[in-house]
Design a protein around this ligand. Structure first.
Ligand code: BEZ
Length: 357
C-alpha cells in the first residue's frame, strides 16, 4: 500500500434545520491507483462502524446522496454515525480533467483504494451505502474484506459483467447517443427520461455540461468493463454481512437486482422493491429509503426501537406479516431491540419488502 498523505483539508459547514453543528472535512489520500478524495461528516463514535458511501457514474457524493442524507427523518439516523463519502477519482467538485491516455482504475482497483481511506482515518468497520457502480465497488470490497463490512445497502446493483449481447446493444446505442445520454439511460428509466421532470432536466444539464465530462466517461468505461462478481448462493463467493438490496420497480436495473437477490444468502439479504420509484430512489424517495434504512440498522442492533417513527413501527409490523404470508416466516427479521450496538437481534434478516405508500 502506498504511503498515505493528506493533500487537502477544507471546512464546509452546511447547517440544516434541526441539525447540530457537525465537523465536515474533505481529505485526499494517495493510493497505488492514484489519489482519492472523500468527505467526512461527524466525529468518531466509539464502537460504531462508519457509514461509507460510493456514488454512481455521472454523479459525485453530493449529487448522489445529498437529498437522502439531508432528509429530515434521516437526521436521527446519521447523528449516530460518522459518514465517509467517497468521490471516485476525478469526480470530486473542481476535479481537473485527467491527461489524455490516463489509465483510469478498474472498478476492482477503485475497491482496492478503500483500505487506504480507512487506514488513513483509523476506522475499522463500515456499513456501505452504494448506488450502481458504487454498489458494485462496495460489494467487491466486501468480498475481499468481509471482516471490515458490517452491512451493505446496495441500490441498483448489477453484479454481472456485460455479455456480448449487452456489448452489441451498447455499441449500437453509442452510434446514435452521446455519452451523457447513455449515462442518463443508466441512471433513469425511459419513462423518466421522456417525462423530462425537473429532476431529470437538472441531472441532464449537470452531466451534459460537466467540466469533468472526460473523467466521467472514464468512470463509465470502467463500469462497462466490470468483471462478474460471481455471486453464488451457497457458494464461497458471497456477501457474508446483512445486505439490503434496493431498486425502483421501474428502474433500468430491476432485473439485475432481482437476479442478484436470487444469488445472495436469503438469511442475510433483504430486498426492497420500491413502487412508483424510478432509477434513483435515494433522490426521489428519500423518506421511504430512510424508513427502510432505520429498519435495516435496527436489525443490526444500531437503532433503538424508540427511534422508530410511528409509521416505521406500523410498517415494520406489516412487513413482518407480509414476509410470513410469503412462506418466509423462518427467514423474517426479528424486530427486538438490542441494547448492545452491533449485536444482531435473534433471528436472521431476509425478506422482500414492497413499499408502496
Ligand atoms: C451527510 O450529512 O452525511 C451529508 C451531507 C451533505 C451531503 C451528503 C451527505
Amino acid at each position: 500500500m502506498a504511503e498515505l498523505q493528506e493533500v487537502q483539508i477544507t471546512e464546509e459547514k452546511p447547517l440544516l434545520p434541526g441539525q447540530t453543528l457537525e465537523a465536515v472535512k474533505t481529505h485526499s489520500v494517495e493510493t497505488p491507483y492514484g489519489s482519492v478524495h472523500f468527505t467526512v461528516y461527524g466525529t468518531p463514535k466509539p464502537k460504531r462502524p462508519v457509514i461509507l458511501t460510493y456514488h454512481d457514474v455521472g454523479l459525485n457524493y453530493k449529487t448522489c446522496f445529498q437529498p437522502l442524507f439531508q432528509f429530515g427523518d434521516m437526521q436521527e439516523i446519521i447523528q449516530n454515525f460518522v459518514r465517509v463519502h467517497v468521490d471516485a477519482p476525478g469526480m470530486e467538485e473542481g476535479a481537473p480533467v485527467f491527461p489524455l491516455g490516463y489509465q483510469y482504475p478498474s472498478l476492482d482497483q477503485l475497491a482496492d483504494m478503500i483500505p487506504c481511506i480507512l487506514q488513513y482515518l483509523n476506522f475499522s468497520t463500515i456499513i456501505g451505502v452504494g448506488v450502481g457502480a458504487g454498489a458494485y465497488i462496495l460489494s467487491r470490497f466486501a468480498l475481499n474484506h468481509a471482516d471490515t463490512v458490517e452491512g451493505l445497502v446496495l441500490i441498483n446493483i448489477d453484479p454481472n459483467a456485460k455479455g456480448w449481447m449487452d456489448w452489441a446493444a451498447h455499441k449500437l446505442t453509442g452510434l446514435t447517443s452521446s455519452i451523457p445520454e447513455m449515462i442518463l439511460g443508466h441512471l433513469f428509466s425511459q419513462e423518466e427520461l421522456s417525462g423530462n421532470s425537473e429532476l431529470v432536466q437538472k441531472y441532464r444539464n449537470t452531466i451534459t455540461h460537466a467540466p469533468n465530462l472526460e473523467n466521467i466517461e472514464l468512470y463509465w468505461n470502467s463500469y462497462n468493463n466490470r468483471r462478474d462478481l460471481n455471486f453464488e448462493r451457497g457458494g464461497d463467493i458471497t456477501l457474508k454481512c446483512p445486505v439490503m438490496l434496493v431498486v425502483g420497480d421501474q428502474a433500468p436495473h430491476e432485473d439485475a437486482v432481482v437476479e442478484c437477490n436470487s444469488k445472495l444468502d436469503p438469511t442475510q439479504t433483504s430486498f426492497l422493491k420500491m413502487a412508483d420509484s424510478g432509477g434513483q430512489p435515494q433522490l426521489t424517495q428519500p423518506g421511504k429509503l430512510t424508513e427502510a434504512l432505520k429498519y435495516f440498522l435496527q436489525g443490526m442492533g444500531y437503532m433503538a426501537s424508540s427511534c422508530m417513527t410511528r409509521l416505521s413501527r406500523s410498517r415494520t409490523a406489516s412487513l413482518t406479516s407480509a414476509a410470513s404470508i410469503d412462506g418466509n416466516r423462518s427467514r423474517s427479521r426479528t424486530l427486538s431491540q438490542s441494547s448492545e450496538p452491533g449485536t444482531l437481534p435473534s433471528g436472521p434478516p431476509g425478506h422482500t419488502m414492497e413499499v408502496s405508500c
